[in-house]
Ligand binder design. Structure first.
Ligand code: A3P
Length: 297
């Protein structure tokens, strides 16, 4: 059986309670049990819309945990050390995992443990401007065997706007999480501010988590989480993920790591349409986004 047959037969988006899950990766019944998980004060969830810097924040949190000493998790991949809570069988492992339990998720707020809304545990929401997230996601659909290979960019553009992808609507994702900000211990941080000043971003995360690192240790966290250095660390760059899940010949998680790549893909009319929808959806939203790398130079 070739890999395209595996993909076609195994993976498929399934709409579950208004949110697309991936058959073969997620079990809807298990996802429904996540809200009942007990939360410890030391638990941390990294929440992202796909392609917004999830594996980047994964690397930063893991490095903060070991005070910048990369050698500590030499043999384990970041995906094992800081897994997705919604992936099949991960919820059960979470229950008995030792503290601190660090997890990532793309789920909407409605699926997450109720206890987070009683200010237990911590949440870090990483947001990226949606035009760059769209372009990154377009490429990732070619790499990820669990996601349908896009017909072309225009087709994917429409799918993204309809929320017809894993993660659903970018607009709904960020707005619903933000609407719960006062119930939770939550830090909002943007991909673009991490690009602009990684040191300050790492310090912000460290402070939020109550970590105490020396300047030297913080510098080591920063050093090992830059794009170029992360790319060289197979445990962090997802190079080691099984070829059943990722088609490494088609690309990589660590693709460009920049702001403004959307300009190389969006036509003028796509840009106008996107801006109109963005304005309509986000007009009352208080956080602003950086769309252009010149704005962070
Ligand atoms: P691009 O495809 O635009 O390059 P996620 O982890 O949520 O899937 O996001 C992946 C995106 O984050 C990719 O964007 C990837 O290159 C970028 N990324 C990962 N680590 C990064 C880093 N250290 N610095 C900058 N961008 C990074």
């Amino acid at each position: 059986m070739d890999s395209s047959e595996v993909k076609a037969e195994t993976f498929e988006l399934v709409l579950h309670k208004g949110f697309n899950l991936i058959r073969g990766i997620h079990d809807p019944d298990e996802v429904d049990q996540i809200c009942n998980l007990e939360i410890r004060d030391t638990d941390v969830f990294v929440v992202t819309y796909p392609k917004s810097g999830t594996i980047w924040m994964q690397q930063i949190l893991l490095l903060l945990e070991v005070k910048g000493d990369l050698t500590v998790f030499k043999h384990n991949s970041n995906a094992e050390l800081l897994p997705w809570i919604e992936v099949q069988d991960h919820r059960v492992k979470y229950i008995t995992a030792p503290s601190p339990r660090l997890r990532v998720t793309h789920l909407l707020h409605q699926f997450m443990p109720f206890a987070l809304s009683q200010k237990k545990g911590k949440v870090i929401y990483v947001a990226r401007n949606p035009k760059d997230a769209l372009v990154s996601y377009y490429h990732f659909h070619k790499v990820a065997n669990m996601l349908e290979t896009p017909k072309d960019f225009d087709d994917f553009f429409e799918k993204f706007l309809r929320g017809d992808v894993y993660g659903g609507s970018w607009f709904e994702h960020i707005k619903t999480w933000y609407s719960h900000k006062n119930d939770m211990n939550i830090l909002f941080i943007t991909y673009e501010e991490m690009i602009k000043d990684l040191k300050s971003a790492v310090e912000k995360v460290s402070l939020f988590l109550g970590k105490e690192l020396t300047d030297e240790q913080l510098a080591s966290v920063v050093k090992h989480s830059t794009f170029n250095n992360m790319k060289k660390i197979p445990q962090a760059s997802y190079e080691q993920v099984s070829s059943d899940l990722l088609n490494h010949n088609q690309g990589t998680f660590m693709r460009k790591g920049t702001i403004g790549d959307w300009k190389n893909y969006f036509t003028l009319s796509q840009c106008e349409r996107f801006d109109m929808i963005f304005h309509r959806e986000m007009k009352d939203f208080p956080l602003s986004f950086t769309w252009d790398s010149s704005a962070v130079a």
